[in-house]
Design a protein around this ligand. Structure first.
Ligand code: MRU
Length: 365
């Protein structure tokens, strides 16, 4: 999508300089910085320390990390090491493992001399596929937005609430939960988006920044405001992303998503999840029991990043000195609370039958 009128992806290969570049998300929304990733270690750090983030983008970054490593050393040992180093960066989003397995399965049988070129081609393929998947999620999600718009008085906006950043910054382009928003804006359907701040890392600020850059009407709200807004009839639809969805439709997403789903159910507000198929983990059923939830550094809770009085970007401490800190980064929303899963192949029920109906070949495998 666009930044100051220029189209960007969140990760791209710069053919002029022969390097992979990323938007360094640590500084957004306050500063727009682009970084070069040159070594396997720099790819791993970029994922662990959230220079890049969001399940689909983590997957694409891992694929480019493998490609970079294959240019330096295409041996079997280097391929295995790259898989392990990248795999150990973050535990919850399944796209990481999906991309790494796809790379290893495709590259392993090749003669090492052919691996560098194939790995880079595959990384481009994964990135391009992600863009198309997310575009199609927008096409299908738009139909839901249109239906809600048709049920409202002419010209009244459809009011969506979203949590975290499932935007183009969390993917390669378009975003998952934001794709229907961008499509609605293009179609001239008035929408208003309630954007949850999403402590501790405030990814909602990224959502507000990116949809704001595209002129989409929105308000940035505290994480605790959603239930109140739903009780007062001010939300027509909740739409979130997901970092891993199980074969039975349990949705693991940024911490706080579950509470939004509970409030939505209590108030009769439809709760949709934008789900690219690489985010489905067909090997697990029970999200609560089987998905590893990342516990991140407590400093993300004790401190908040922002613009300081002198205009620089810095951290302010909000927790008392010495308070023990807890920072689970994701939670699981059971399938029964999900109205529908919006995938690139259409919308389905959050159930084994719903997912298998849209992806019969994957479910069978
Ligand atoms: O910890 P993050 O920022 O990598 O979290 C991932 C997310 O951006 C969200 O959970 C998102 O809703 C799913 S990824 C499109």
């Amino acid at each position: 999508m666009k930044v100051n009128g220029i189209h960007y992806r969140s990760i791209w290969y710069d053919t002029a300089d022969d390097v992979v570049r990323i938007i360094d998300q640590r500084w957004l929304p306050h500063a727009f910085k682009v970084e070069v990733l040159r070594s396997l270690e720099s790819f791993a750090i970029a994922i662990t320390d959230m220079w890049v983030r969001g399940a689909p983008l983590i997957g694409a970054t891992a694929a480019y990390g493998i490609a970079e490593q294959m240019r330096r050393d295409p041996s079997d040992a280097a391929l295995d090491r790259a898989w392990n180093v990248l795999h150990d960066t973050r535990p919850t989003a399944i796209n990481l493992r999906w991309a790494l397995d796809r790379c290893r399965n495709q590259l392993s049988p090749l003669d090492p001399a052919a691996r560098a070129e194939s790995a880079m081609r595959l990384a481009h393929e994964i990135a391009d596929e992600d863009v198309e998947i997310n575009r199609m999620i927008g096409v299908h999600g738009l139909e839901i937005v249109k239906r809600i718009a048709a049920s409202k008085p002419e010209g009244e906006p459809v009011r969506l609430l979203t949590h975290c950043n499932a935007g183009w910054l969390a993917t390669v382009d378009w975003g998952t939960a934001t794709s229907p928003m961008y499509h609605a804006a293009e179609a001239g359907i008035p929408i208003h988006v309630w954007v949850d701040e999403t402590r501790p890392r405030n990814q909602g600020a990224l959502t507000a920044w990116e949809i704001g850059s595209h002129g989409i009407d929105h308000a940035y709200i505290t994480d605790n405001a959603g239930g109140h807004l739903m009780q007062h009839g001010m939300v027509d639809m909740v739409i979130t992303g997901t970092d891993r969805t199980t074969a039975r439709g349990d949705v693991c997403n940024k911490i706080g998503t579950y509470l939004k789903a509970l409030a939505a159910r209590d108030n009769g507000v439809p709760f949709y999840v934008a789900l690219p198929s690489p985010t489905i983990d067909w090997t697990v059923q029970d999200g609560m029991k089987e998905i590893p939830i990342e516990e991140r550094n407590g400093r993300e809770v004790s401190h908040v990043q922002g613009i300081l009085a002198d205009g620089s970007i810095g951290d302010a401490q909000v927790a008392p000195d010495g308070s023990p800190l807890g920072n689970p980064a994701f939670d699981v929303t059971p399938a029964r609370l999900v109205t529908g899963l919006i995938t690139e192949r259409g919308v389905c029920e959050a159930s084994p039958e719903g997912l298998a109906g849209l992806f019969p070949e994957r479910a069978a495998a």
